[in-house]
Design a protein around this ligand. Structure first.
Ligand code: NDP
Length: 619
């Protein structure tokens, strides 16, 4: 029985978690590297400045790539790349046409955390729809060899204390994180609330009943008073549009649907893309494939990782320190420089020292422009050091030259690895530099570049995901008959806190455009968003109100703030990357770059209630 009634609550409960497709899907993340030379950085070049010559060089590098990014959705004959390879067939169930109070889309970190918080606040009529066959979200779909988190796990995994869990490694593997998600779901009774293998296709506001009507690919037509979109920031995989890719006769898959049935041992393997995913995958592929071809358009910045096990001392200390995980995450959130945050100084994070770095005292307060110039200089020095690391490790000068990135640090997602660069010294690993236009031709046998054919048995697409499409890939139609996508296309992206959008009452977006993504620790954002959403729901309950919307003026003011924050910090991200829609995004329409100012807007709204419109207000 996949659906039954819980006699205690009278609510429907579900048993739709899919079985595993195969036992072959196992792996680990970063290894502990003992060779000090691989995890020691060359000296930071003290005097180097981001002068006119270097700025011009960066600009040329950027402009050469303009227009090269050409991606497509996995539709039509490419839809097969979206198949769920991790779970057995969906659990059969009847379609639902009933009502629940809160419907949440997504069962990743945000869904799990929301459930924990909602339940604690007394909201139990909560239903989740999840595309995958089990919980985990990102960590359900991404199971490629080498996967691990890049934010230290002690600050990244939610609810560690509530779970009584300590990650085994500082940068836990994706496989450990997936198991942790499953353990959370079991411990907190999540599974009974979730409809797996269920994709929400349409959501529209029914004004007469003041309910959302949610339709899914399983034939459901459910009514819900509140809908929460917790479906992630990098959810939908994309493919580069490459001529002839449909003709390739070998095995092919995207990294987020890793096909463990394809045995790579002894094979000629190609991988297209060298972003954060590929940097983790390539060293593992090199351990199995007979020949490995890495097709690179733009190199990543590859910093040190210095993976380590959790120490006994940490375990003992944390066992006796109530609030340790939250306190650590809060300290982590105070670090604004990407590199420091990623490397995560343990003494500071453990609360042993008050700050994460020695603060420089400036003689006078610096202007915004001066601060920006200083940051650009610092970022330039970091990149010089990263480039020097390439020279120190990679033996072939031509390969080393191709592996050096020329863009501001952090403008593309920084990566971390101690085995990636040395992989290119192996005789069977070949870097194919396809800069600046990328791979443009594939045939039945493999990839063709610059007139050279690279025959392959297996081709892996490490070509990434749509960024910040959280709230637009299912058709959400609001009060005035427009979809959220239409509204944002016509009026520009407009939200309040990234969570509400006017005309879409009782709809909450977790970590969507203008709401998240600008922070290094996604968990930080979803925690803040979940707390806020629960506060809204409690406020409605206390007031006896039926619905909440936001006013146009505060929404416009908030959108303007997002635009300004994006523009002001823009020079730090002056290259082409998915962060800025490969150069085409309107400022303020994607991730939020206002830092802690988000909290100022939130606190003010919660104090004055001025931005909100409550319907059916009984006060
Ligand atoms: P990305 O979007 O970062 O990378 C896509 C890659 O494909 C880029 O290197 C891009 O080159 C390349 N590419 C696209 N088209 C072509 C082409 N025609 N020829 C050659 N190369 C091409 O995707 P990822 O999956 O690597 O990462 C996505 C995000 O997921 C990360 O940025 C990160 O936020 C997250 N992630 C997090 C991890 C973690 O926390 N441990 C691990 C992995 C991913 P170009 O740069 O020139 O556009």
């Amino acid at each position: 029985m996949s659906i039954r009634i819980d006699p205690a609550t009278g609510l429907k409960v579900f048993d739709t978690r899919a079985a595993k497709a195969t036992e072959r899907i196992v792996g680990k993340g970063y290894s502990i590297v003992s060779d000090l030379s691989l995890k020691t950085l060359p000296e930071l070049p003290a005097g180097a400045t981001f002068d006119a010559e270097e700025q011009a060089r960066y600009r040329t590098y950027k402009e050469a790539r303009r227009g090269a990014a050409d991606y497509m959705a996995m539709e039509g004959e490419f839809a097969k790349y979206l198949d769920d390879v991790y779970s057995a067939a969906p659990v059969p169930r009847e379609s639902l046409s009933d009502e629940c109070e809160i419907l949440v889309v997504g069962a990743g970190f945000a869904g799990l955390l929301l459930w924990y918080r909602l339940k604690a606040a007394g909201f139990v009529d909560v239903r989740f729809c999840e595309k995958g066959g089990d919980v985990g979200g990102t960590w359900y779909w991404n199971r490629y060899p080498g996967i691990a988190c890049d934010v230290e796990a002690y600050s990244y995994l939610p609810l560690l204390e509530e779970m009584g869990y300590v990650p085994s490694m500082k940068f836990a593997s994706g496989f450990e994180i997936l198991e942790y998600c499953q353990a959370m779901a079991e411990k907190f009774g999540f599974y009974e609330h979730c409809l797996f293998h269920t994709t929400v296709e349409e959501t529209h506001w029914d004004a007469s009943s003041e309910r959302w009507i949610v339709e899914t690919d399983r034939g459901d037509r459910m009514h819900a008073r509140f809908v929460i979109l917790a479906n992630g920031i990098l959810t939908t995989p994309k493919l580069a549009r490459i001529e002839g890719m449909e003709t390739f006769e070998g095995d092919a898959f995207h990294t987020s649907r890793w096909n463990y049935d394809v045995d790579l041992a002894g094979k000629k393997v190609g991988i297209i893309g060298t972003g954060a995913t590929a940097v983790q995958v390539v060293p593992e592929l090199a351990k199995t494939a007979a020949e490995l071809y890495v097709f690179q358009r733009t190199p990543s910045s590859v910093d040190i990782r210095d993976q380590r096990e959790t120490t006994d001392e940490e375990r003992l200390t944390w066992a006796e320190e109530p609030g340790w995980a939250r306190a650590r995450r809060a300290r982590f959130a105070k670090i604004s420089a990407g590199r420091t945050a990623m490397q995560a100084n343990d003494d500071y994070l453990a609360g042993k020292v008050a700050d994460f770095k020695q603060r420089k005292q400036h003689e006078r307060k610096l202007s915004m422009e001066e601060m920006l110039d200083k940051t650009l200089d610092t970022n330039f020095r970091i990149m010089e050091q990263i480039r020097a690391r390439v020279d120190a490790i990679v033996k072939d000068p031509k390969t080393a030259a191709a592996l050096k990135p020329y863009y501001p640090y952090g403008c593309k997602r920084p990566t971390f690895h101690d085995e990636y660069l040395p992989t290119f010294n192996l005789p069977h690993v070949h870097l194919v530099d396809t800069a600046p236009r990328g791979v443009q031709q594939i045939n039945a046998r493999g990839v063709v570049h610059d007139g050279v054919e690279y025959p392959l048995d297996v081709l892996i697409y490490a070509t990434g995901f749509q960024w910040m499409a959280t709230s637009t890939f299912n058709m959400i139609t609001g009060r005035d008959g427009r979809t959220l996508k239409q509204k944002w296309e016509e009026d520009g992206t407009r939200t309040f806190l990234g969570i509400h959008s006017q005309g879409f009452p009782n709809l909450f977006i977790v970590s969507g455009p203008q709401g998240g993504g600008g922070s290094f620790n996604f968990t930080d954002a979803i925690e803040a968003h979940s707390d806020y959403i629960v506060w809204v729901l409690e406020t409605l309950r206390d007031r006896g109100a039926g619905s909440i919307d936001v006013k146009a003026e505060p929404e416009a003011a908030y959108a303007e703030h997002c635009r300004k924050a994006d523009i002001a910090s823009g020079p730090l991200r002056d290259c082409l990357s998915y962060y800025n829609g490969d150069g085409d995004a309107e400022p303020g329409s994607l991730a939020y770059y206002g830092g802690n100012r988000w909290h100022k807007f939130r606190v003010e709204a919660q104090t004055t209630l001025a931005p909100y419109v409550f319907d059916g207000d009984s006060l």
